[in-house]
Design a binder for this molecule. Structure first.
Ligand SMILES: NC(=O)C1=CN([C@@H]2O[C@H](COP(=O)(O)OP(=O)(O)OC[C@H]3O[C@@H](n4cnc5c(N)ncnc54)[C@H](OP(=O)(O)O)[C@@H]3O)[C@@H](O)[C@H]2O)C=CC1
Ligand SMILES: CC(=O)N[C@@H](CCC(=O)OP(=O)(O)O)C(=O)O
Length: 336
């Protein structure tokens, strides 16, 4: 058995990780931690006011600490389900102890120091780990993930945005003189569990945010190798991301060409489902680890629809998928 630690376990992504790892036949959860001053210190993760869906499954306490030296012994794997600056600060410690780290934050996703000052508000201090980090877009980077000590699991919007576009770019089907336009709507859990006015039930309706400034635009453009226009929206539902991506294809590209490209890359990838007719809705994927993709072509104009659960394929499920790839397990073990 491999021993895994989840840091930030009481959060939305952390709780999903705990559920998957509990079901995993080769993983033992060795610890669940939260910040030193957490108001949830000592509570069970399955407490009624935390994640009661885990009751009877993962009844483990949350350890509040910033000193991991007493628990690091024989930990093989660390999941960081913490905010970007926290992951940035603590990942090197675990890496230096020889652990394999899966970071769900954005702290190691883009190998550019200025990206962090421009979009994350901190100056990156760990260029050596930025150089070594592998971007965990699982369907595309499995060869590198198998060798990685640090996997930077992609953001939720970047996963939903890149998976439909990458095959079309790889096959040269897009007319990239028109940048793909990605309009994506996320449920409120995308903002994390901490209460704030902006994710207060009565305040959320449907609105765009981060116009031309959201940090996921450069993350998508970097890993796609293609500029995009990305506009996120917040919707009044809990879980899921629905991305509508409008792009232009080259002359003479047919719907069969689009379908063939998507099938070429995903027919044997169990967590990406391609629709031959019609297109998916959020209800196809909420609570499940899939990204579902559909499309419609009219002339040179292509609309792609991509849906996922932001907390699953957009975070925890993709992290566990990467772990499975890294350790040679079946890609979907504990996920399906
Ligand atoms: N939510 C989503 O849809 C997605 C999230 N992500 C990323 O995953 C990460 C986690 O997100 P999410 O679960 O939504 O966040 P939450 O806000 O729900 O949870 C954050 C967790 O981190 C803990 N925490 C805060 N400060 C520290 C610290 N200094 N040391 C250890 N633990 C700490 C919190 O507990 P406490 O404050 O009590 O200590 C809590 O358990 C983030 O980086 C996010 O950007 C990525 C993709 C999608
Ligand atoms: C609705 C909402 O607020 N969503 C978050 C994105 C969450 C996510 O994917 O994650 P990373 O922060 O790890 O990149 C946002 O727009 O900031």
């Amino acid at each position: 058995m491999l021993k895994a630690l989840i840091v930030g376990a009481s959060g939305y992504a952390g709780a999903q990780l705990a559920h998957y790892l509990h079901k995993h036949p080769h993983i033992e959860i060795a610890g669940l931690t939260v910040s030193e001053k957490s108001q949830d210190a000592g509570k069970l993760i399955s407490d009624f006011d935390l994640h009661p869906q885990l009751k009877g499954l993962v009844d483990l306490p949350l350890l509040a600490t910033s000193d991991y030296s007493s628990i690091i012994n024989d930990i093989d794997i660390v999941f960081l389900a913490t905010e970007h600056s926290v992951s940035h600060d603590i990942a090197p410690y675990f890496l230096e102890q020889g652990c394999v780290v899966f970071d769900l934050s954005g702290a190691f996703r883009v190998n550019s120091a200025s990206f962090y000052t421009d979009y994350y508000g901190f100056s990156h201090q760990h260029q050596e780990w930025l150089d070594k980090a592998v971007y965990g877009l699982a369907e595309w980077n499995d060869t590198q993930i198998k060798q990685a000590q640090l996997v930077a699991v992609p953001g939720c919007y970047p996963t939903a945005s890149q998976l439909p576009l990458k095959p079309l770019l790889a096959e040269g089907l897009l007319d990239t003189s028109q940048w793909p336009v990605i309009n994506a709507v996320s449920g409120v859990s995308g903002a994390g569990r901490k209460a704030s006015l902006k994710n207060h039930f009565c305040e959320v309706s449907l609105h765009a945010y981060g116009l031309f400034t959201h940090r996921h635009q450069p993350e998508i453009a970097t890993h796609l190798g293609q500029e995009v226009i990305f506009t996120p929206h917040l919707g009044s539902f809990k879980q899921g991301i629905h991305a509508t991506i409008t792009c232009r294809v080259k002359d003479d590209v047919t719907a069969n060409d689009i379908l063939a490209a998507l099938n070429k890359y995903y027919a044997h990838k169990p967590l990406v489902r391609v629709y031959q007719h019609d297109w998916p809705a959020l209800k196809s994927v909420v609570g499940l680890p899939f990204c579902d993709i559909g499309f419609v072509l009219k002339g040179n104009h292509l609309i792609l629809i991509s849906v996922e659960d932001n907390l699953l394929k957009g975070a925890a499920a993709q992290a566990v998928q990467c772990m499975n790839i890294r350790f040679g397990f079946d890609e979907t073990l504990s996920l399906l």
